[in-house]
Design a protein around this ligand. Structure first.
Ligand code: ZN
Ligand code: ZN
Length: 385
């Protein structure tokens, strides 16, 4: 019998310890936490709950529903029916069958995974441990129709998985890798995930977009580019990734444009609300600098003391003030006409990386998922991570 090599064993244990948190088969997804949420109710047939707190460390709370959890200055206040309230600092709840439901205000969310509720900055912070494939299926359900061409479904699954693996810094310091909103990738409830979407996830298992030496590279995607994608550096700044430069996308070139009209005052108020400096006596806006592919970089505000603003930041300010779909894309132009500012543009979203409209068109023309991804991420290939 061969001796076990102690060095190899030691190395194995070091490797096991150094595995990053996102390598686990589940994904910690922030389910609730983006808004000011003082109280929620947990509904679900058979719950087993474990509370961790100074007074109730490790105590298993009797199964009981509904369970009301409230943020207080002392910790989480947990109430079950007529029972006296308990204060704990963390609560883990597992559905024993199907899903549990979280309810707050008029909103509710079904979650088929264990959920941990804690406090962050006085608000409830709810993280669900969701199996990776379930998470990716939920993302696909939010991003693409199951009747899309098969190679488009596969391309979307690969790009969603790539995005997940690059997202570790987004919420990582607070026990969540990603949130279920479009800030990361929007995820819908598992019950709404069609078979074709689940198959696209399982058929591409482990595949991501990779660059040199088959190392995973950052990816982004958007709904429609309007004819050309844009370079990541011109929008987010940071490294000038070669695979995230703008590429031509003739599939989208015939896409009709859009026009949004807003009073000048509403535009100025939107900028101020987002804490952008707006000069006194502002009278007009113009895009004064564009990328080689026509995407706006700088917006100038006409005023006695004119001001230049970053075009992406202006777009975010409009979205924050009026709702994210109001000015649908970053490829915009704007100018004043009478009392209003006309914002015209084409494409939907930030224009970086994969264009989903182009992806659908290319898949319908018979392109394979890897070919589609290599078009939008030049110099990359699809490889197991
Ligand atoms: Zn997020
Ligand atoms: Zn496109």
């Amino acid at each position: 019998m061969a001796n076990r090599n102690p060095i190899a064993l030691a190395l194995l244990s070091v490797l096991a310890l150094s595995l990053p948190v996102w390598a686990s088969p589940t994904v910690p997804v922030l389910i609730v936490g983006a808004s000011d949420l003082p109280e929620l109710t947990v509904l679900g047939a058979r719950l087993s709950a474990v509370a961790q707190g100074s007074a109730h460390a490790g105590a298993t709370l009797p199964m009981s529903t509904p369970l009301t959890v409230r943020a207080t200055g002392h910790g989480l206040e947990v109430r079950r029916g007529d029972q006296p309230a308990q204060i704990v600092h963390r609560l883990t709840i597992a559905p024993q069958s199907n899903a549990l439901t979280l309810q707050w205000g008029t909103a509710h969310k079904a979650v088929a995974a264990p959920v941990t509720i804690s406090l962050r900055k006085g608000r409830l912070w709810v993280v669900a441990d969701i199996a990776e494939d379930t998470y990716l299926g939920g993302v696909l359900a939010g991003e693409i129709t199951p009747s899309a061409p098969w190679e488009a479904l596969k391309a979307q699954a690969i790009v969603a998985r790539s995005f997940l693996y690059q997202s570790r810094e987004r919420h990582g310091v607070h026990q969540a890798l990603v949130c279920d909103q479009s800030h990361c990738q929007r995820m819908v409830a598992a019950s709404a995930v069609a078979l074709a979407l689940r198959k696209a996830v399982s058929d591409t298992a482990g595949l991501v977009v990779t660059g040199a030496h088959d190392t995973p590279v950052p990816v982004y995607y958007h709904a429609s580019c309007g004819g050309t994608t844009t370079a990541v550096r011109q929008v987010f700044g940071g490294p000038d990734w070669a695979h995230l430069r703008g590429v031509a996308d003739p599939v989208c070139a015939t896409e009709p444009g859009w026009t949004v009209s807003q009073p000048l005052g509403a535009c100025l108020a939107a900028l101020t609300k987002s804490k952008l400096f707006v000069p006194a006596g502002a009278t007009d806006f113009t895009v004064t600098d564009r990328s080689g592919t026509g995407w706006p970089i700088t917006v100038s505000v006409a005023a006695p003391l004119p001001k230049q603003l970053d075009a992406y930041t202006v777009w975010l300010a409009f979205g924050a003030a009026w709702g994210w779909g109001k000015v649908p894309g970053l490829h915009y132009d704007l100018h004043r006409e009478g009392d209003v500012v006309l914002i015209t543009g084409r494409g939907l979203g930030h224009g970086i990386g994969l264009c989903q409209r182009g992806m659908m068109g290319r898949a319908a023309m018979g392109h394979k998922a890897a070919t589609i991804l290599a078009h939008y991420f030049p110099g990359t290939r699809v490889h197991a991570r």
